[in-house]
Ligand binder design. Structure first.
Ligand code: SF4
Length: 242
């Protein structure tokens, strides 16, 4: 990361007419389609920009999709505060799923508090106990789940589709923003005055756990700040295994 380049900033955008004419109604139609076809659907939100677009759209369209978040206990304080901010703003429930205390203790004994920096295996194990296991609990009994993934975010998401089979969990997974650009996301936020995570004002386009996320410079891939010490192909936490 070059020290001379400025930090990433929120794009200053004017929403185009095509966005308003096509992408907004298409998003609401996608949510309606999910509501019609499935009765118990949950949305996993990290409170980052894409996820706030979806929360706003779910609230606006009065969708039955319920919202939850994985509180890994390693989040930035701003992310924890954001959960309450969004809950109050939209008057919605946001259920939090936490890792098991015994699993954290076992991890710390084996790898150390921040062992995820030392090996891919230790990182994957940390994500497993803090994210994957709580995600499985959150999705118990669900017919489908929803994510804020986009296919332009990173190479591992390039072939993303609106609807996928989540083979790991045996249920459908929907990515209503799969074909949205970064510009579309920030246009929506501007058009609909969506509250934003304060870390977006400090150079973070993508937000995860505090020790595994850092701000990026202008021109870097928007997920470059996630697990920055790893190669691109290892930069998923296992929530979105193919
Ligand atoms: S992102 Fe980092 S701290 Fe969070 S669960 Fe994964 S390895 Fe652990």
């Amino acid at each position: 990361m070059s020290q001379t380049q400025a930090l990433w900033t929120i794009p200053n955008l004017d929403s185009g007419q095509a966005f308003l004419d096509y992408k907004l109604p298409t998003l609401f139609e996608r949510l309606r389609q999910i509501d019609v076809e499935y009765s118990k659907v949950r949305f996993a939100s990290s409170m980052a920009a894409e996820d706030l677009v979806l929360i706003d759209a779910i609230a606006h369209s009065k969708s039955a999709i319920s919202v939850f978040t994985l509180n890994t206990l390693r989040l930035h304080a701003e992310s924890v505060e954001m959960i309450e901010t969004i809950r109050k703003h939209y008057d919605i429930e946001i259920e939090q799923f936490l890792p098991a205390e015994a699993a954290i203790q076992a991890y710390v004994s084996q790898y150390g508090e921040n062992g995820f920096y030392d090996s891919v295996e230790a990182k994957e194990q940390c994500c497993r106990i803090r994210k994957i296991v709580p995600l499985a609990q959150a999705l118990q009994g669900c017919q489908a789940w929803v994510t804020g993934q986009r296919n332009g975010q990173v190479v591992t998401r390039a072939d993303l589709a609106f609807k996928e089979l989540d083979r790991e969990r045996g249920i459908e997974k929907f990515n209503p923003l799969f074909d949205w650009t970064e510009s579309d996301v920030w246009s929506y936020i501007k058009v609909r005055s969506v509250p934003i995570h304060p870390l977006h004002l400090k150079g973070y386009p993508s937000i995860g756990c505090e020790p595994c996320t850092r701000p990026i410079r202008q021109g870097e891939n928007i997920r470059a700040g996630r697990w920055w010490w790893l190669q691109e192909q290892k930069k998923e936490c296992g929530l979105h295994q193919k």
